[in-house]
Design a protein around this ligand. Sequence first.
Ligand code: ADP
Ligand code: ADP
Length: 228
Amino acid sequence: MIRLKDVEMEYPNGTRAIRGISAAIEDGEFVFLVGPSGSGKSTIIKMLTGEEVPTAGRIMINGFSVSNIAERQIPMMRRTLGVIFQDFRLIEKKTVYENLEFVMRAVGMPKKEIKQRITYVLQLVGLEKKAENFPSELSGGEQQRVAIARALVNNPATIIADEPTGNLDPERSMEIMTLLVKINQLGTTVLVVTHEKDLVNKFGKRVITIDQGRIINDSVGGYVGGHI
Ligand code: ADP
Ligand code: ADP
Protein backbone atom coordinates (compact mmCIF):
# COMPACT_ATOMS: atom_id res chain seq x y z
CA MET A 1 0.00 0.00 0.00
CA ILE A 2 1.44 3.35 -1.10
CA ARG A 3 -0.22 6.67 -0.36
CA LEU A 4 0.95 10.15 -1.34
CA LYS A 5 -1.02 13.13 -0.04
CA ASP A 6 -0.27 16.63 -1.36
CA VAL A 7 3.41 15.76 -1.72
CA GLU A 8 5.83 18.49 -2.71
CA MET A 9 9.57 18.36 -3.15
CA GLU A 10 11.77 21.40 -3.53
CA TYR A 11 15.51 20.69 -3.73
CA PRO A 12 17.89 22.93 -1.77
CA ASN A 13 18.82 24.76 -5.00
CA GLY A 14 15.18 25.84 -5.40
CA THR A 15 14.10 23.33 -8.08
CA ARG A 16 10.48 22.37 -7.49
CA ALA A 17 10.63 18.77 -8.66
CA ILE A 18 7.22 17.67 -7.25
CA ARG A 19 4.38 20.18 -7.12
CA GLY A 20 1.50 18.61 -5.21
CA ILE A 21 0.98 14.93 -5.92
CA SER A 22 -1.71 12.73 -4.36
CA ALA A 23 -2.13 9.09 -5.34
CA ALA A 24 -2.87 5.70 -3.83
CA ILE A 25 -1.59 2.32 -4.92
CA GLU A 26 -3.39 -0.57 -3.25
CA ASP A 27 -1.91 -3.91 -2.24
CA GLY A 28 -1.69 -6.22 -5.23
CA GLU A 29 -1.76 -3.51 -7.90
CA PHE A 30 0.58 -3.23 -10.90
CA VAL A 31 1.26 0.38 -11.84
CA PHE A 32 3.45 2.06 -14.43
CA LEU A 33 4.79 5.54 -13.61
CA VAL A 34 5.72 7.39 -16.79
CA GLY A 35 6.74 10.90 -17.76
CA PRO A 36 9.37 12.82 -19.72
CA SER A 37 12.93 13.24 -18.48
CA GLY A 38 13.00 15.73 -15.62
CA SER A 39 9.30 15.30 -14.76
CA GLY A 40 10.07 14.00 -11.26
CA LYS A 41 10.02 10.20 -11.56
CA SER A 42 13.37 9.62 -9.81
CA THR A 43 12.41 12.10 -7.13
CA ILE A 44 9.23 10.11 -6.38
CA ILE A 45 11.20 6.85 -6.18
CA LYS A 46 13.73 8.48 -3.83
CA MET A 47 10.95 9.73 -1.59
CA LEU A 48 9.38 6.26 -1.50
CA THR A 49 12.66 4.64 -0.48
CA GLY A 50 13.40 7.34 2.09
CA GLU A 51 16.43 8.69 0.25
CA GLU A 52 14.80 12.12 -0.09
CA VAL A 53 12.29 13.69 2.29
CA PRO A 54 9.39 15.66 0.83
CA THR A 55 9.24 19.34 1.73
CA ALA A 56 5.44 19.09 2.15
CA GLY A 57 2.73 16.44 2.28
CA ARG A 58 2.63 12.87 3.54
CA ILE A 59 3.84 9.54 2.19
CA MET A 60 2.69 6.22 3.66
CA ILE A 61 4.20 2.98 2.49
CA ASN A 62 3.31 -0.45 3.84
CA GLY A 63 2.21 1.04 7.15
CA PHE A 64 5.20 3.36 7.58
CA SER A 65 4.90 7.11 7.41
CA VAL A 66 7.96 7.69 5.23
CA SER A 67 7.59 11.47 5.22
CA ASN A 68 8.37 11.71 8.95
CA ILE A 69 9.97 8.38 9.73
CA ALA A 70 12.49 8.01 12.56
CA GLU A 71 15.99 7.22 11.26
CA ARG A 72 16.06 3.88 13.11
CA GLN A 73 12.79 2.78 11.45
CA ILE A 74 14.11 3.22 7.91
CA PRO A 75 15.72 -0.27 7.72
CA MET A 76 12.41 -1.88 8.76
CA MET A 77 10.50 0.15 6.17
CA ARG A 78 13.06 -0.74 3.46
CA ARG A 79 12.56 -4.44 4.20
CA THR A 80 9.00 -4.11 2.90
CA LEU A 81 10.43 -2.88 -0.43
CA GLY A 82 12.39 -4.61 -3.17
CA VAL A 83 14.08 -2.09 -5.44
CA ILE A 84 15.37 -2.73 -8.97
CA PHE A 85 17.54 -0.30 -10.93
CA GLN A 86 18.40 0.26 -14.58
CA ASP A 87 22.06 -0.67 -13.96
CA PHE A 88 21.35 -3.92 -12.00
CA ARG A 89 23.78 -3.04 -9.16
CA LEU A 90 24.96 -6.59 -8.54
CA ILE A 91 28.13 -7.29 -6.60
CA GLU A 92 30.60 -8.33 -9.32
CA LYS A 93 32.87 -10.35 -7.04
CA LYS A 94 30.02 -12.51 -5.75
CA THR A 95 28.22 -15.30 -7.59
CA VAL A 96 24.50 -15.12 -8.30
CA TYR A 97 23.87 -17.29 -5.23
CA GLU A 98 26.11 -15.13 -3.04
CA ASN A 99 24.45 -11.92 -4.27
CA LEU A 100 21.12 -13.24 -3.01
CA GLU A 101 22.54 -14.81 0.15
CA PHE A 102 24.13 -11.48 1.07
CA VAL A 103 20.83 -9.60 1.31
CA MET A 104 19.20 -12.46 3.24
CA ARG A 105 22.06 -12.63 5.76
CA ALA A 106 21.69 -8.90 6.23
CA VAL A 107 18.21 -9.48 7.69
CA GLY A 108 19.34 -12.46 9.78
CA MET A 109 17.71 -15.31 7.85
CA PRO A 110 18.79 -18.84 8.95
CA LYS A 111 21.05 -20.72 6.51
CA LYS A 112 18.59 -23.50 5.68
CA GLU A 113 15.84 -21.07 4.85
CA ILE A 114 18.26 -19.05 2.73
CA LYS A 115 19.02 -22.05 0.54
CA GLN A 116 15.36 -22.97 0.03
CA ARG A 117 14.32 -19.43 -0.72
CA ILE A 118 17.16 -18.82 -3.19
CA THR A 119 16.30 -22.04 -5.03
CA TYR A 120 12.68 -20.90 -5.27
CA VAL A 121 13.36 -17.36 -6.52
CA LEU A 122 16.00 -18.46 -9.02
CA GLN A 123 13.46 -20.88 -10.46
CA LEU A 124 10.87 -18.12 -10.57
CA VAL A 125 13.17 -15.89 -12.67
CA GLY A 126 14.41 -18.83 -14.76
CA LEU A 127 18.02 -18.79 -13.58
CA GLU A 128 18.32 -21.94 -11.48
CA LYS A 129 21.26 -23.06 -13.64
CA LYS A 130 23.21 -19.83 -13.09
CA ALA A 131 23.54 -19.89 -9.29
CA GLU A 132 27.31 -20.40 -9.41
CA ASN A 133 27.99 -17.88 -12.17
CA PHE A 134 29.35 -14.38 -11.67
CA PRO A 135 27.38 -11.37 -13.00
CA SER A 136 30.02 -10.76 -15.70
CA GLU A 137 29.24 -14.21 -17.12
CA LEU A 138 25.58 -13.30 -17.68
CA SER A 139 23.78 -11.27 -20.35
CA GLY A 140 22.13 -7.96 -19.43
CA GLY A 141 18.68 -9.57 -19.32
CA GLU A 142 19.98 -12.33 -17.06
CA GLN A 143 21.67 -9.83 -14.77
CA GLN A 144 18.41 -7.94 -14.45
CA ARG A 145 16.65 -11.20 -13.58
CA VAL A 146 19.22 -11.74 -10.82
CA ALA A 147 18.46 -8.22 -9.57
CA ILE A 148 14.75 -9.09 -9.57
CA ALA A 149 15.48 -12.31 -7.66
CA ARG A 150 17.52 -10.31 -5.17
CA ALA A 151 14.66 -7.83 -4.75
CA LEU A 152 12.31 -10.75 -4.03
CA VAL A 153 14.31 -12.96 -1.66
CA ASN A 154 13.18 -11.22 1.49
CA ASN A 155 9.56 -11.42 0.35
CA PRO A 156 8.77 -7.70 0.20
CA ALA A 157 5.17 -6.46 -0.05
CA THR A 158 6.17 -4.06 -2.81
CA ILE A 159 8.61 -4.07 -5.72
CA ILE A 160 9.76 -0.72 -7.09
CA ALA A 161 11.55 -0.87 -10.44
CA ASP A 162 13.32 2.28 -11.71
CA GLU A 163 13.76 2.03 -15.49
CA PRO A 164 14.39 -1.73 -15.23
CA THR A 165 14.65 -2.16 -19.01
CA GLY A 166 16.70 0.97 -19.75
CA ASN A 167 19.81 -1.06 -20.64
CA LEU A 168 18.07 -3.89 -22.51
CA ASP A 169 17.00 -4.58 -26.07
CA PRO A 170 13.25 -4.71 -26.87
CA GLU A 171 12.96 -8.49 -26.61
CA ARG A 172 14.78 -8.66 -23.28
CA SER A 173 12.72 -5.67 -22.07
CA MET A 174 9.51 -7.54 -22.87
CA GLU A 175 10.77 -10.56 -20.90
CA ILE A 176 11.60 -8.44 -17.87
CA MET A 177 8.21 -6.67 -17.89
CA THR A 178 6.45 -10.03 -18.31
CA LEU A 179 8.38 -11.36 -15.33
CA LEU A 180 7.35 -8.35 -13.23
CA VAL A 181 3.72 -8.97 -14.20
CA LYS A 182 4.07 -12.62 -13.14
CA ILE A 183 5.53 -11.55 -9.78
CA ASN A 184 2.58 -9.20 -9.36
CA GLN A 185 0.18 -12.05 -10.09
CA LEU A 186 1.84 -14.00 -7.27
CA GLY A 187 0.74 -11.22 -4.90
CA THR A 188 3.46 -8.55 -4.80
CA THR A 189 2.53 -4.93 -5.47
CA VAL A 190 4.64 -3.64 -8.38
CA LEU A 191 5.48 -0.05 -9.36
CA VAL A 192 7.52 0.33 -12.57
CA VAL A 193 9.04 3.62 -13.69
CA THR A 194 9.72 3.59 -17.41
CA HIS A 195 10.15 5.66 -20.56
CA GLU A 196 9.07 2.81 -22.81
CA LYS A 197 5.74 3.83 -24.17
CA ASP A 198 5.29 0.94 -26.60
CA LEU A 199 6.00 -1.57 -23.89
CA VAL A 200 3.61 0.08 -21.42
CA ASN A 201 0.83 0.08 -23.99
CA LYS A 202 1.19 -3.67 -24.51
CA PHE A 203 0.22 -4.51 -20.94
CA GLY A 204 -3.07 -2.67 -20.38
CA LYS A 205 -2.17 -1.82 -16.78
CA ARG A 206 -2.79 1.29 -14.72
CA VAL A 207 -0.53 4.12 -15.88
CA ILE A 208 0.21 7.25 -13.85
CA THR A 209 1.67 9.96 -16.09
CA ILE A 210 3.52 12.87 -14.56
CA ASP A 211 4.79 16.04 -16.14
CA GLN A 212 6.60 18.93 -14.44
CA GLY A 213 6.02 17.44 -11.02
CA ARG A 214 2.28 16.91 -11.35
CA ILE A 215 0.04 13.97 -12.27
CA ILE A 216 -1.50 14.70 -15.66
CA ASN A 217 -3.19 11.33 -16.18
CA ASP A 218 -4.00 8.25 -14.12
CA SER A 219 -5.88 5.59 -16.04
CA VAL A 220 -5.86 1.99 -17.15
CA GLY A 221 -4.65 0.93 -20.54
CA GLY A 222 -1.94 3.17 -21.87
CA TYR A 223 -0.97 6.75 -21.84
CA VAL A 224 -2.02 9.95 -23.45
CA GLY A 225 0.31 12.60 -24.79
CA GLY A 226 2.76 11.94 -27.56
CA HIS A 227 5.91 13.67 -26.40
CA ILE A 228 7.19 11.14 -23.89
P1 ADP B 1 13.04 12.21 -13.87
O1 ADP B 1 13.41 11.06 -13.02
O2 ADP B 1 11.60 12.19 -14.32
O3 ADP B 1 13.99 12.43 -15.02
P2 ADP B 1 13.95 13.81 -11.64
O4 ADP B 1 13.12 13.43 -10.45
O5 ADP B 1 15.32 13.26 -11.74
O6 ADP B 1 13.12 13.53 -12.96
O7 ADP B 1 14.08 15.38 -11.69
C1 ADP B 1 12.96 16.26 -11.51
C2 ADP B 1 13.50 17.69 -11.46
O8 ADP B 1 14.26 17.84 -10.26
C3 ADP B 1 14.42 18.05 -12.60
O9 ADP B 1 14.23 19.41 -12.88
C4 ADP B 1 15.80 17.78 -12.03
O10 ADP B 1 16.79 18.57 -12.66
C5 ADP B 1 15.62 18.19 -10.58
N1 ADP B 1 16.48 17.46 -9.66
C6 ADP B 1 16.58 16.12 -9.50
N2 ADP B 1 17.44 15.81 -8.53
C7 ADP B 1 17.89 16.99 -8.05
C8 ADP B 1 18.81 17.34 -7.03
N3 ADP B 1 19.43 16.42 -6.28
N4 ADP B 1 19.03 18.66 -6.80
C9 ADP B 1 18.39 19.59 -7.52
N5 ADP B 1 17.51 19.34 -8.50
C10 ADP B 1 17.26 18.05 -8.76
P1 ADP C 1 17.06 9.79 -14.86
O1 ADP C 1 16.66 10.52 -16.09
O2 ADP C 1 17.58 8.39 -15.08
O3 ADP C 1 16.01 9.86 -13.79
P2 ADP C 1 18.56 12.10 -14.11
O4 ADP C 1 19.50 12.48 -15.16
O5 ADP C 1 17.27 12.82 -13.95
O6 ADP C 1 18.32 10.53 -14.24
O7 ADP C 1 19.29 12.16 -12.71
C1 ADP C 1 20.45 11.43 -12.42
C2 ADP C 1 20.88 11.79 -11.02
O8 ADP C 1 21.27 13.15 -10.93
C3 ADP C 1 19.77 11.60 -10.00
O9 ADP C 1 20.33 11.05 -8.83
C4 ADP C 1 19.23 12.98 -9.73
O10 ADP C 1 18.76 13.15 -8.41
C5 ADP C 1 20.48 13.83 -9.97
N1 ADP C 1 20.09 15.13 -10.54
C6 ADP C 1 19.26 15.34 -11.57
N2 ADP C 1 19.12 16.65 -11.81
C7 ADP C 1 19.91 17.28 -10.87
C8 ADP C 1 20.18 18.63 -10.58
N3 ADP C 1 19.64 19.63 -11.28
N4 ADP C 1 21.02 18.90 -9.57
C9 ADP C 1 21.59 17.92 -8.87
N5 ADP C 1 21.34 16.60 -9.08
C10 ADP C 1 20.51 16.30 -10.07
